[in-house]
Design a protein around this ligand. Structure first.
Ligand SMILES: [Zn+2]
Length: 308
């Protein structure tokens, strides 16, 4: 009987992705693929990153990309490097651009881990509506066979595990960028997968994030000595501590200026125009995101001032 590996599996289960996807090696055990810049429906939905950690005893995948077709392509890339089983897929958070590929790894027998809080998203009307919307906007890659995957485990407290000679630390950080986020630290490589907690080299989209808690999480990250940091979007940070401190300064500046304005009963427009954005206005996505971020923080500072 000829050997048959997953890499030879016939195309057809999922519509093949047409994007260029390179599995980049970061360290001894750690690889990742980098999505393109753009909105969630650009580039066939390949706008977020995924990590792959290969050990002697199996493979751990971090985040599952925005369509099953992309995850299927990632699986083929993994199979070019190793035939070890995919034992676990760990989701940084449940947002559409990171989760629709989960079913591909679940079908491989991988256990699905998600941060506590993801159940809030899964139970929400938003989850189903977003999937319906993506069946149009990412057709044919998101289609009737695409489904929301219920995790095998919700991770609520820090959890360490070993696989082969690699040590993994899964750290749930609560509701920071989403209803529940987690990060993954890989030793001995000293690589941190931050999910969307860190946006490298650009202004983040705050969405409905809790900026107070997000800032606390980023402050704690600054203490780790990292060799590399893989964000949820964009390139791996060559200077992880710089990426983290830029994020910390941005969140802290937003909160500082907006809370001062709220305290002094200054209207948002006036406070925004008076703020000095020179440290951040060179960053990509500043024009698209900064004003909305500032307004979101302004509103939450108002709410915080009422609840304190
Ligand atoms: Zn994202």
């Amino acid at each position: 009987m000829p050997a048959f590996s997953q890499a030879d599996a016939p195309v057809g289960r999922y519509p093949p992705a047409g994007v260029d996807m390179q599995l980049q090696r970061l360290s001894d055990h750690v690889y990742f693929v980098q999505g393109e810049a753009g909105v969630a429906t650009d580039n066939e939905g390949f706008v977020s990153n995924a990590g792959v950690i290969i050990t002697d005893e199996g493979v751990v995948v971090f985040d599952a990309l925005g369509t099953p077709s992309l995850a299927d392509l990632l699986l083929r890339k993994i199979r070019e490097v190793t035939d070890k089983p995919i034992v676990r897929v760990i989701s940084s958070h449940y947002h559409a651009d990171h989760i629709y590929g989960l079913q591909v790894f679940e079908e491989q027998g991988a256990a699905v881990w998600a941060p506590a809080g993801a159940e809030k998203y899964l139970r929400s009307a938003n989850a189903g509506e977003r999937l319906e919307e993506r069946r149009f906007s990412l057709e044919p890659w998101v289609n009737e066979t695409t489904r929301l995957v219920e995790p095998d485990r919700y991770i609520g407290v820090q959890e360490d595990f070993a696989l082969g000679d690699v040590h993994f630390t899964v750290s749930p950080v609560g509701a920071a960028h989403s209803d529940g986020d987690l990060t993954l630290f890989v030793e001995p490589d000293r690589v941190l997968f931050s999910g969307d907690i860190i946006f490298e080299g650009r202004v983040p989209f705050m969405g409905d994030a809790n900026s107070r808690h997000w800032l606390e999480v980023v402050e704690r990250m600054e203490d780790q000595q990292l060799l590399a940091l893989v964000p949820g979007h964009g390139a791996a940070a060559k200077h992880p501590n710089l990426a983290i401190s830029t994020m910390r300064r941005y969140l802290s500046y937003l909160r500082g200026t907006m809370s001062a304005a709220v305290k002094d009963f200054i209207a948002f427009d006036e406070a925004y125009d008076a703020a000095d954005w020179s440290e951040f206005e060179q960053l990509p996505a500043f024009a698209e995101a900064n004003r909305r971020n500032a307004y979101q923080v302004y509103l939450s500072m108002e709410a915080e001032s009422l609840s304190d």
